[in-house]
Design a protein around this ligand. Structure first.
Ligand code: ZNA
Length: 244
């Protein structure tokens, strides 16, 4: 029994810590051991359904942001296309292109009461409980990212669903509320339309988006095909301003 548990421990916590440190070290200005310690303190020895967004404050502070004037790209239900664009072009930057997002993207983690380990399996699902270890993290990191946005902000939303501006999304419930005029001048919606598109920029949920925007923030919406986005991703000769 002792041997079995010891082995599991070595594999699980060693695995995520290694990944975390490797990703962290790509950002030269970070003290990654301190960053890992601050991260762990948020959820270690806690029930994985009782981790609040505030628990990550020390970690967020340990990893500061550069402000993203005119380059901030938010996304909701468009993770793959948003990252395929932002990873190839410098003109737009998502949370996952910054340390806070890059270090934890696609990882699952949680703690357990009475244990000092980090687990990567057996964690509650993303929507299993409110104060979920992973979702609280993305809420907190998204808030920090939205706070650094300024000038023109872009958001990629999906034209393949009936409600591109989903009130339950982190984009709607957290990020939009933190965009404030006059620091943020304008929000440009890129509505990604593929062959299976079910809606366009006249969508009712997008009216709701305009209505909740802070007064003074301009609004625009463009329907852009996936092909157009891919073409701009792969052709650096096309100026970003001419992509859509
Ligand atoms: N990198 C991430 O994994 C991640 C990033 C997860 C959640 C949020 N974010 C931030 S907030 C990101 O940088 C965007 O700017 C914002 C997107 O959040 P959203 O508006 O809630 O968008 P979404 O597409 O509904 O969810 C975002 C991601 O969360 C998804 O791609 C999944 O990885 C995850 N997710 C959402 N709902 C579930 C889920 N995973 C499992 N089960 C779910 N029900």
């Amino acid at each position: 029994l002792g041997l079995g548990l010891g082995l599991t421990h070595g594999r699980t916590s060693g695995g995520i810590k290694d990944t975390f440190l490797k990703r962290c070290q790509k950002f030269n200005d970070l003290n990654c051991q301190n960053v890992w310690d601050a991260f762990q303190r948020a959820y270690i020895n806690r029930d994985p359904c009782t981790v609040t967004t505030d628990a990550y404050d020390p970690f967020i502070e340990a990893v500061s942001f550069k402000s993203q004037c005119n380059r901030g790209l938010l996304w909701s239900k468009t993770k793959e296309v948003a990252h395929s664009f932002s990873q190839k072009r410098d003109c737009l930057v998502t949370l996952e292109d910054t340390p806070l997002g890059a270090i934890l993207n696609d990882l699952t983690w949680c703690g357990k009461q009475g244990s000092d380990e980090t687990f990567t399996s057996g964690c509650p699902g993303y929507s299993a409980c409110d104060n979920n270890t992973v979702r609280s993290y993305w809420k907190r990191a998204s808030a920090a990212f939205a706070d650094t946005a300024c000038g023109d902000v872009s958001v990629m939303l999906s034209g393949s669903i009936q409600t591109p501006f989903d009130p339950n999304s982190i984009f709607a419930s957290i990020e939009v509320k933190r965009l404030r005029s006059p620091k943020v001048r304008r929000l440009n919606v890129v509505l990604v339309v593929e062959k299976n598109a079910v809606t366009n920029c006249t969508n009712g949920s997008l009216k709701n988006l305009q209505n909740v925007l802070d007064a003074g923030i301009g609004y625009g919406c463009k329907e852009v095909t996936r092909d157009q986005i891919d073409k701009c991703s792969s052709d650096p000769e096309i100026a970003c301003g001419a992509c859509w």
